[in-house]
Design a protein around this ligand. Structure first.
Ligand code: UDP
Ligand code: MG
Length: 311
């Protein structure tokens, strides 16, 4: 039988401080522990503006297990994951961040679980969010509540992209060719048996997070719009409720006019109502717009990433 091979896909964007640290930890805590297995260390340089690519290239000269792909610009972590999965050749493929927030040693236990148990994927989730700003944790929790309510999928709270998958699942993920990618959703959507392991949140080894609050907000919209059409239904239900309400109000005013007269006062309230209802209308148009924009981007069929160089 062929030797087993684990590919580890590592998206990197401006990570010059952590790449060497990550590589050393991976060698020490994973690769030397699983000496009977072939490894492929696949760095995806997502258009870094610093020395990341140079460092990766230098490392690859000393270790032929290192492969790299470098994008022509920053395409985002989702594109980097997709490109990595596409190029990975192992019969097991892992994805992890380069900042050591995903403890590399877990790959060893993930591999052992995949070997001995009936799972197709072992994925990691953070049990705690220590060290994260409160507002960020709060919004993240809300996000998971909402998306689990309105989509058919169950996305585990605190789920990371950190996971090890069998080839069959990787191929399934690669079949999902959409341009607007929300990997956490795609991993759920393709099915297969996933085992979740929980670990304590670890802070970044060095460097800064690449995800601002705003970027995370947009990412969460990607998740909701990509995996649920409930917001569209919410728009129509809101419209119906408002129609019903205004109909009752009209009947009320007519009755008041017939029996008590004097219905023609109160333009301040009228202004408020106009503002309110036009606000709701714009909000609902906005929801439509979100779906339309994504449909538009999908129909253009642009490539998800563009490679400038690789080895
Ligand atoms: N990353 C990427 N492209 C981007 C942003 C981030 O490839 O546009 C990578 C980054 O280098 C890291 C991983 O995605 O390996 C997670 O990023 P980060 O640690 O900044 O996110 P956080 O852990 O703060 O959510
Ligand atoms: Mg991180």
């Amino acid at each position: 039988m062929d030797k087993e091979k684990i590919s580890v896909v590592i998206p990197c964007y401006c990570e010059e401080e952590v790449v060497p640290l990550f590589y050393n930890t991976l060698i020490e805590k994973v690769i030397s522990q699983l000496s009977e297995i072939d490894f492929e260390i696949l760095f995806v340089d997502d258009g870094s503006k610093d020395e990341t690519l140079k460092i990766i290239k230098n490392l690859s000269k000393t270790d032929n297990r290192i492969k790299y792909i470098s994008f022509s610009r920053n395409f985002g972590k989702e594109a980097a994951i997709f490109a990595g999965l596409k190029h990975a050749t192992g019969n097991y493929v892992g994805i992890m961040d380069v900042d050591l927030q995903d403890p590399p040693e877990l790959i060893v236990s993930m591999y052992e679980m995949l070997k001995s148990e009936e799972y197709d994927c072992v994925a990691a989730r953070r049990g705690t969010r220590n060290g994260e700003p409160h507002i960020r944790s709060f919004c993240s929790r809300r996000f998971y509540k909402i998306i689990n309510k309105i989509s058919q999928m169950e996305i585990v709270d605190g789920a990371r992209d950190f996971r090890l998958m069998k080839r069959s699942m990787v191929n399934a993920v690669l079949e999902v060719q959409e341009y607007n990618r929300f990997s956490k959703g795609i991993f759920e959507w393709v099915g297969f048996n996933t085992k979740w392991i929980t670990y304590k949140n670890i802070e970044r080894a060095a460097g800064k997070t690449k995800f601002s609050f705003w970027k995370l907000f947009l990412y969460s919209l990607e998740g909701i719009v990509g995996f649920s059409t409930a917001p569209l239904a919410i728009a129509s239900v809101t419209g119906l409720v408002f129609c019903g309400f205004s109909f009752l109000a009209i009947v009320g005013i007519i009755i008041r006019q017939i029996f008590w007269q004097g219905s023609a006062f109160g333009w301040p309230s009228l202004v408020c109502i106009i503002f309110f209802s036009s606000g709701i209308q714009l909000f609902c148009t906005g929801i439509l717009g979100q779906y339309l924009a994504r449909t538009y981007l999908e129909t253009k069929k642009r490539p998800i990433f563009i490679i400038k160089e690789k080895n």
